[in-house]
Design a protein around this ligand. Sequence first.
Ligand code: PLP
Length: 394
Amino acid sequence: MTTTENSVVYMDNNATTMVAPEVIEAMMPYLTDYYGNPSSMHTFGGQVGDAVKTARKEVSQLLGCDAEEVTFTSCGTESDSTALLAALRAAPEKRHIVTTRVEHPAIKNLCENISSFTGHKYRVTRLKVSDEGLLDLDDYAKALTEDTAIVSVMWANNETGVVFPIEEMARMAKNRGILFHTDAVQAVGKIPINLKELDIDYLSLSGHKLHAPKGVGVLYVKKGTPYVPFMSGGHQEDGRRGGTENVASIIALGRACRLAGEMMEEENTRVRRLRDKLEDGLLSSIPRSLLNGNKENRLPNTSNISFEFVEGEAILLHMNRYNICASSGSACTSGSLEPSHVLRAMGVPFTAAHGSIRFSLSTYNTEQEIDFVLGKMPQIIADLREMSPFWPGE
Ligand code: PLP
């Protein structure tokens, strides 16, 4: 991607990512020549079945698990729902869920409406986070009870990039005989994961966050862990998920996982350096700008910065004039003036939470793009502050 005034400077990779050219190349034959059904008896279908098998292996290698523990789904949200509901059905006598206040709506809203899915009332403990978005393991230990059916905690936060101590949390749940799910949609491909060494029972991931297309995900279920399909149907996915496989996207996800494994070092060095350059540049050149989230325990690609006394959506509109894409933590388009539940849980003051912008990079971002954004942002914020009746001046 280039950085002329007419091209897109894409810094919204936690929302979705560009499909990698190698991934498109790998999936295309399965939209054109190899269109057979992987369940068919003939060789034509069998070839497709073999390709799905390879993709499953590639996913398992990135996760450090067995291929049989990988079930393809339609998205991260489906994986999250499947895991949670399977765990609750496995322990019908238990009526308590432990989660956090900063989960993605895929888990947050499911927990809020859990009785409509299960027909039972559940007590839900939502762990609080510190002003830097971190969890307190003592609070967590106290939240686990005899009645807890499942813990569901995201590996990395989509808004701030803050990474939770999932290894330790899974171990603590295991010691209490409690099932553990992690929504790793933002973590997979960005930080190393080796499920063989961990006590995680269920893990969700989503293809479109790691340079595969939208509409494909994975649910990892540890061997021996209780499992109930989310929907009933054919024998696909070893009976774990009925429905003819989304073959081309599955092949794409396999290739994307292979690429992610190969590029992990790069993500952790080059992308981190670009992110830090962007972050340091913005914080030092724009007065009253603040970092949201712990600086150390964080994904290498994410930076969430509040620009006090300006509205996030107004900032985005001005950025959009230069084709700079990012996200805002405020939610005015939804008709509410409430800032994001994540920033609220962290206690970010109102004047800062409203002006938060999430920059999320990928391996396709360039130094030139960082310089371009650093060149534009101070003026954008200064112009908006000039118009703001709330801006008290520097
Ligand atoms: N969980 C997290 C942490 C996410 O960031 C997202 C997407 O933004 C999801 C779940 C949902 O994934 P999908 O869009 O594949 O349903």
